[in-house]
Design a protein around this ligand. Structure first.
Ligand SMILES: C[S@@+](CC[C@H](N)C(=O)[O-])C[C@H]1O[C@@H](n2cnc3c(N)ncnc32)[C@H](O)[C@@H]1O
Length: 401
């Protein structure tokens, strides 16, 4: 018998005992949607084939060990409330409305069918809402399930998530939308990128989204808009979004070329989705009371926040040194950084931090010298090959569970 199934669903199943091809009763074809950021499509790809006996597989799938009831109720309730249709009291009239941290920290093996974050080894980008108006070089959408896992690993939700190198801001936005921290502080040095965040977060989201939907994109109109240097912050924000959409790879640094052929030969238009951009921008407007943006040097802000034990720092700096995949590249206006200084400041933080870097020997050595924990984790590159990124923190045991 052959069964084709979705990789995310497969990962929620208990481990199936595998047998040799010659003994097989059921062949499980596990398919995944693998994002191809170059063409901006998801490609249905055979991830692996698993051979099992019929009875052993059936028994494994249908027999669960009972687990913690309170955690189950909490999870169902969160999902239901997200849907906005059901309230916990309707489903479980006697359910406690809040749980203590020891109830929440129980292992949740038996609830895996309801869990879309904890078990993903290689992360499918399609499972993470795209919330940023940017398509950002080095963007961390693929890391979001890990970030959720990290922010949920504390006994108490962090009061502040601080992101010193915000870029496209997917981590900050996800934290604000999913209430992974009470408040979010975003910092970015590039004035073009900063103009976008300042415009959206200072109450001009509607203006910016109207400017985008009202713009008739042609090669000529784009060139004219980008030649124009007049206007204040919000006009710079519009031009930044435009550039980010029509430059190859979303690169905003000087010297970036234009998208040539784009998706289906659509050229410049191929990544211009005005209605989608509008929706994302207006959505961010709904959570802006929880977000603060600061234009400046991320390391200096970390220094200023070093004594805040209730802050968590997500640190994704530009890294073009060493011999890694980004070596020598110029993806950002500000690509150079004193990594030694960054690590030194990270070592003084009272709050926890999570850094992410190219998995590079120099970086590993830097982390080792500062006494930090490191963990290489799989990511997918644009050619679907498996590559690793290096997570760095004080103690990454939460990521090993
Ligand atoms: C790797 S990118 C961050 C990508 C981001 N995590 C995302 O998902 O989109 C690094 C960012 O740091 C910014 N940057 C560089 N030097 C900086 C500094 N000293 N302070 C703040 N931001 C800086 C760059 O402009 C770039 O946007």
């Amino acid at each position: 018998m052959a069964v084709a199934l979705d990789a995310r669903f497969y990962r929620t199943l208990p481990a199936l005992e595998e047998v040799d091809e010659v003994e097989v009763d059921i062949a499980w074809f596990v398919y995944d949607l693998v994002p191809n950021p170059v063409q901006n499509v998801n490609v249905l790809t055979l991830d692996k084939t698993v051979y099992t006996k019929f009875e052993a597989a059936l028994l494994a799938i249908t027999h669960f060990e009972a687990g913690n009831e309170a955690r189950f109720i909490q999870r169902i309730s969160t999902k239901a409330e997200k849907l906005g249709r059901l309230k916990m009291a309707t489903i479980f009239p006697n359910a406690p409305l809040t749980l203590t941290s020891d109830q929440i920290s129980e292992p949740a093996a038996q609830y895996s069918l309801f869990d879309d974050t904890l078990r993903e080894a290689i992360v499918n980008v399609a499972s993470v809402p795209q919330r940023s108006p940017f398509r950002y070089p080095g963007g961390k959408t693929w890391l979001i399930p890990r970030v959720r896992q990290w922010l949920r690993s504390f006994p108490r939700r962090p009061a502040h998530l601080v992101e010193p190198f915000t870029g496209g801001g997917i981590v900050s936005l996800t934290a604000a939308f999913e209430r992974l921290a009470d408040y979010v502080l975003m910092i970015e040095l590039d004035p073009q990128v900063a103009a976008v965040w300042r415009t959206i977060l200072n109450g001009e989201a509607a203006w910016l989204s109207d400017r985008i939907t009202g713009f008739d994109l042609t090669p000529e109109s784009a060139a004219a808009a980008l030649r124009n240097t007049s206007g204040g912050t919000r006009e710079i924000a519009f031009r930044t979004i435009l550039k980010n959409r029509i430059n190859r790879g979303g690169i905003l640094a000087p010297g970036a070329g234009l998208v040539k052929h784009g998706e289906n030969g659509k050229g410049l238009m191929s990544r211009w989705y005005p209605e989608t951009l509008k929706r994302r921008i207006l959505d961010i407007d709904t959570v802006r009371s929880r977000i603060t943006f600061c234009e400046g040097d991320g390391i200096a802000v970390m220094y200023g926040w070093a004594e805040r034990a209730d802050a968590a720092f997500f640190i994704d700096p530009p890294y073009t040194a060493g011999a890694g995949k980004k070596a020598g590249s110029r993806l950002y206006l500000h690509s150079a950084l004193d990594h030694e200084r960054l690590f030194a400041v990270a070592g003084t933080l009272a709050g926890d931090f999570l850094m992410t870097y190219d998995n590079d020997r120099d970086v590993e050595e830097l982390a080792r010298r500062h006494g930090f924990d490191t963990l290489p984790i799989p990511m997918k590159n644009t050619h679907h090959a498996e590559m690793t990124e290096l997570l760095i923190g004080r103690d990454l045991d939460w990521a090993r569970k």
